[in-house]
Ligand binder design. Structure first.
Ligand SMILES: NC(=O)c1ccc[n+]([C@@H]2O[C@H](COP(=O)([O-])OP(=O)(O)OC[C@H]3O[C@@H](n4cnc5c(N)ncnc54)[C@H](O)[C@@H]3O)[C@@H](O)[C@H]2O)c1
Length: 340
């Protein structure tokens, strides 16, 4: 059974691809290798995949291409006929969406729609796609449950992710495509994204540059270690969404449906203050941070915390790496990759 992973040069896509290679499972990876952040890092991830693949000869191919290019996507589906599709390609980042809205429309709406159309035309049996904890917007019911209302996004990025969930539902209903939308909560770890806090803070601390901390330090995140995310994603490949037989249209749940559709949080159910997070980084790196307290940024949310009961019930004894251990792994990778 062929698997297609989009965004396979990206942080999460790369780790899923690596796991598939390690498990000896055939798949195709695609990515447009855009310059949103350091392109060299994306290319290094691809080289790392090639190295792992050389040791394990199952079928793996990478194709550079864009979700916006319908002909490219149709060619991939025609050639490989994937039955499982994992969409991790997207324009990520909350703050960037304020200055560059069109990129989000192109990749996250037009690109997403091109992909799900290909899934429809090729009778894909399991479509998994990245949503985000950002869809919870101004929600102040902690922890965030998949059944909370998410109709008040505070960034265009969040609005595109919520739109993906709505589009997915219509395709699950009309064409019986099993769809699973994953709301990731601040994923971190080796090969992580240079535009995210763990990376930005680490780089600044090591270079002895000041760190900007928004909302005057009163900001909280539920950090999720990459291996824990991949553990769930890998298992979901073989657990497509099913119809919810208990679904009641008079009291509709948000996270499931009469159609084969579901929404899952992947987080840790532990929210920690950014200042505490920085203090853990300082200890791991062995250098004191120079913290500059700043007002809240437009588009940002004050606190995230995942209600993880749905994923915990679905996947028993899933891995939950503690933050201290996860940061240790991240810093070790950072030191060896940047030889610092
Ligand atoms: N990392 C997190 O903490 C986090 C949190 C919430 C949601 N997400 C979502 O998870 C998914 C993966 O995130 P990530 O952290 O790996 O991001 P990433 O930016 O590292 O990876 C995304 C990859 O997709 C590629 N891409 C972007 N637009 C494309 C297009 N139009 N066609 C083909 N390729 C394209 C990029 O080149 C990149 O390599 C994204 O949808 C992101 O919004 C991530």
């Amino acid at each position: 059974m062929e698997i297609l992973v989009t965004g396979s040069a990206g942080f999460i896509g790369f780790h899923l691809a690596k796991r598939l290679i390690e498990e000896g499972i055939s798949f195709i990876g695609i990515d447009n290798l855009n310059n949103y952040y350091d392109n060299k890092l994306k290319k290094s991830r691809l080289s790392e995949l090639d190295n792992s693949h050389n040791k394990n000869k199952k079928h793996y191919e990478f194709h550079e291409g864009d979700l916006n290019d319908r002909n490219f996507l149709e060619g991939i589906f025609h050639k490989y006929n994937p039955e499982i599709v994992v969409n991790l390609a997207a324009q990520a980042g909350v703050r960037y969406s304020i200055e560059n809205p069109q990129t989000y429309i192109n990749s996250n709406l037009v690109g997403f729609h091109n992909l799900i159309e290909c899934c429809r035309n090729n009778s894909v049996k399991n479509f998994i796609y990245a949503s985000s904890s950002s869809v919870y917007g101004g929600n102040i019911n902690f922890p965030f449950s998949e059944d909370d209302s998410v109709n008040h996004p505070v960034s265009l990025y969040a609005a595109t992710k919520k739109s993906n969930e709505l589009i997915a539902h219509s395709y699950s209903h009309l064409f019986q495509i099993p769809t699973t939308g994953i709301r990731f909560f601040t994923v971190y770890g080796p090969w992580g994204r240079p535009d995210m806090a763990p990376f930005i803070f680490t780089k600044a601390i090591k270079n002895r540059n000041p760190i900007k901390v928004f909302n005057y330090g009163d900001i909280y995140r539920d950090f999720t270690y990459i291996d824990d995310v991949i553990d769930v994603l890998f298992k979901l490949l073989f657990l497509p969404a099913k119809r919810d037989l208990t679904f009641n249209k008079n009291e509709p749940k948000q996270s499931s449906s009469w159609a084969p559709y579901r929404i899952l949080n992947i987080g840790n159910n532990k929210s920690i203050s950014i200042l505490e997070f920085i203090s853990m980084l300082e200890k791991e790196i062995g250098i004191k941070a120079d913290i500059q307290l700043e007002p809240m940024q437009p588009g940002d949310v004050y606190k995230t915390c995942a209600d993880t009961r749905t994923v915990d019930n679905l996947i028993k004894n899933r891995c939950k790496t503690n933050l201290k251990e996860g940061l240790k792994q991240f810093i070790q990778w950072y030191n060896s990759y940047y030889r610092s």
